[in-house]
Design a protein around this ligand. Structure first.
Ligand SMILES: [Zn+2]
Length: 339
């Protein structure tokens, strides 16, 4: 057995010395040291040895295993190094080839309009506020003077989470939250997502609004007209505007603001349905009840509020006629707006 072990060691070491590649080396590792390898095979003879001899041979087996294993490791490092060097010599990089183009993303047209609108109001000194999208009915309806019986509270319009918690149906609750921790005078806007249960060519269940509020002493409808006319001219260029009486629960008096049609310039076309005018926003003087909910004395201060749909504004800016296109994630559509 001693002789056979010695012979095994010699042939093993010799084979390892001779081998020139890593795959062969791995095969040798299996051949000698593997579970079904030659040494394991040899050890099957251990049971026939005498009790005195068994530990001595056992030690010898371990020595042979260790020697072969060491030799394999050495050779492995050596071959690996050679292979790496060869790779460095043969693989070259052609630095004259043009690089791969890095494509840059763009803003979604709705986001772009939102930022654009915010910037216009920021330049006019408006503070930008934010509020939760999951809102209490108190802020979404009650504090805004929207009675229990108002149709906008219906389940078919509003996503209710609990009987007193909804996905906000407009950005107006942010105004109430803002008023509650502010002193007059102030001017603020907020933008964000709002939710209504509706889906067709001009409605999506989620859309974006921008809402603004200005409160102080002697704020009048003339101030409202001045600020909003200035805003519209920055978005759509110098165009005629008009204010038509309207009704909103949270403003009194209320108005709908129209701008001269961006396509036909007032002559009448498909977009303006022949009227020459496009509705762009709702506005009005803040209702005394709403001021009171916000913590203000309507005898001392007054204010105006306005709200605009960001999708609609984007559609009018870019001549898009189906609102749903914004949310279909069609890259061919979205890429047109990349700057
Ligand atoms: Zn028109």
């Amino acid at each position: 057995m001693r002789d056979r072990l010695e012979a095994l060691q010699n042939s093993g070491l010799a084979e390892i010395q001779k081998t020139e590649d890593l795959k062969q080396l791995d095969d040798l590792r299996i051949k000698y040291l593997g579970k079904k390898g030659e040494i394991t095979e040899l050890m099957k003879g251990m049971k026939d040895l005498s009790n005195e001899e068994r530990p001595l041979i056992g030690k010898l087996v371990n020595d042979v295993k260790e020697k072969i294993s060491e030799e394999i490791d050495l050779k492995f490092n050596f071959l690996n190094e050679i292979q790496r060097k060869r790779q460095l010599e043969t693989e070259t990089i052609d630095i004259t080839l043009p690089g791969r183009k890095i494509t840059k993303g763009g803003l979604h047209p709705v986001t772009e309009t939102e930022l654009f609108i915010k910037e216009i109001f920021r330049e006019m000194g408006f503070d930008v506020a934010d509020g939760p999208e999951i809102e209490e009915t108190y802020f979404n309806f009650d504090a805004l003077n929207i009675p229990e019986t108002h149709s906008s509270r219906d389940l078919q319009d509003t996503f209710y989470i609990k009987s007193d918690v909804v996905l906000r149906t407009h950005t107006s609750p942010v105004q109430i939250r803002y008023m509650k921790d502010r002193e007059a005078p102030f001017r603020m806007i907020c933008t964000g997502k709002v939710y209504r249960s509706d889906y067709d060519i001009s409605h999506t269940p989620m859309f974006h609004q921008m809402e603004g509020l200005m409160v102080g002493e002697n704020i009048s409808f003339a101030n409202l007209k001045a600020i909003l006319t200035e805003f519209v001219s920055k978005v759509f260029g110098e165009r005629k505007v008009r204010f038509r009486p309207h009704f909103f629960p949270f403003t009194e008096p209320s108005a709908e603001m129209d701008v001269e049609c961006v396509v036909c310039g007032g002559k009448g076309c498909r977009l303006c349905k022949g009227t020459g005018w496009l509705e762009i926003m709702g506005c009005g003087m803040v209702d005394p009840e709403v001021l009171k909910e916000g913590g203000f004395d309507s005898e001392k201060v007054s204010g105006f509020a306005f709200g605009i749909g960001i999708e609609r504004t984007t559609m009018l800016r870019h001549g898009i006629d189906d609102l749903r296109a914004f949310y279909e994630n069609d890259m061919r559509f979205l890429k047109q707006f990349k700057k």
